[in-house]
Design a protein around this ligand. Structure first.
Ligand code: DAH
Length: 338
């Protein structure tokens, strides 16, 4: 026993470790539950009684010494790391992990950029708004079934205060505060009481466009939207307008673009029609102009509204809306170079 203790002492005195991992394996070798020193302690039972005192002392000394040696080696690492940090002036600064732009922000900026080239500026409005701005001014009469097209979240059960269901609410605000010519783009977040799934979410983002002036025609609307579609999805893109209904526009239409995956030939993405829907639009209903104090005999206007998620899905072939709000960095990093 004595010899074993002596042999371990000499070994431990000479211990060296090049890094933390090596040091940790030394600690395990000697001091862990199955370590060599711990084993000696269990053999201590068999030491004859008359030697117990002496051997016990030697064993305890060995253990303390091993612990001290390991601590000393550990301290030397910490110190040498600190010393390095202090002296190595040539080291580059700590790399900061850079974030990326969210795909919805990228697409929103692109939409704004495209329309700003034809004279549109950005207008914003509140996300919590009143009935008049969200519905009333936009020709949704009280109790009108068209209100059910957008399932609304009310604030504190007050039927007059709500989370806006569309950015068309900014139209009403701009038209009551500005005089034509008006040419604005209104990006923002909107809310609807929908169950969350791959295809629907209780909040999403829209961009509204509004142009009010003398002699604005449906042809102007069509041309602006064709320009947008080609800038956004490529010069080969075709558009088509289908008649539709919105309370605040007359006539109203929905716009499809030729499927940007198959080029219009038909694929599973466009359900073999060659077309995918991207927005709603129309001529501002004279009732809306009048409600906002604009003379509908002098002025006409067009409006359009699109979901930013929808445009992003088409542009980047993303098929699950939930990805946009889960903040999974692996998804977000995909847009690093977009
Ligand atoms: N506000 C409509 C919606 O959320 C979208 C829309 C359709 C806006 C037609 C418009 C428009 O300005 O003209 O479903």
């Amino acid at each position: 026993m004595k010899e074993k203790i002596q042999a371990l002492r000499t070994q431990i005195e000479q211990l060296k470790a090049a890094n933390q991992e090596e040091l940790e394996s030394l600690r395990i070798k000697y001091l862990s539950k199955k370590g060599e020193i711990t084993e000696l302690f269990s053999e201590f039972r068999n030491v004859p009684n008359e030697q117990k005192r002496e051997i016990g002392q030697l064993l305890n000394e060995l253990k303390t010494m091993a612990q001290e040696k390991i601590n000393a080696l550990r301290d030397s690492f910490v110190q040498s790391n600190a010393a390095k940090e202090e002296t190595d002036l040539s080291r580059t600064a700590d790399p900061v992990a850079l974030g990326t732009r969210h795909p919805l922000s990228l697409v929103r900026e692109e939409i704004i950029d495209i329309f700003s080239r034809i004279g549109f500026t950005v207008a914003e409005g509140p996300e919590v708004d009143d009935d008049w701005h969200v519905f009333g001014a936009l020709n949704f009469p009280p109790e009108h079934p068209a209100r059910d097209m957008q399932d609304t979240f009310f604030v504190e059960k007050n039927p007059d205060v709500m989370l806006r269901t569309h950015t068309s609410s900014v139209q009403s605000r701009v038209m009551t505060t500005q005089k034509p010519p008006i040419r604005v783009l209104c990006p923002g977040r909107v809310y609807r009481n929908e169950a969350i799934s791959a295809r629907a979410h209780c909040f999403f983002h829209q961009v509204e466009g509004l142009y009010v002036d003398k002699n604005v025609s449906f042809a102007d609307l069509k041309q602006a939207l064709l320009y947008f579609a080609r800038e956004m999805f490529g010069t080969e893109t075709q558009i088509r307008l289908r008649p539709s209904y919105f309370p605040f526009t007359e006539p109203s239409a929905e716009m499809d673009i030729s499927c940007n995956l198959c080029g219009g030939k038909g694929c599973s993405f466009c359900k073999h029609t060659g077309w995918v829907e991207i927005l709603g639009c129309g001529m501002v209903d004279p009732n809306v102009l009048e409600a906002c104090g604009i003379d509908s005999h002098v002025y006409t206007g067009y409006a359009f509204g699109m979901g930013i998620e929808r445009i992003t899905n088409l542009k980047y072939q993303i098929n699950d809306l939930r990805l946009f709000s889960e903040n999974d960095v692996r998804f977000l990093r995909e847009f690093e170079h977009a």
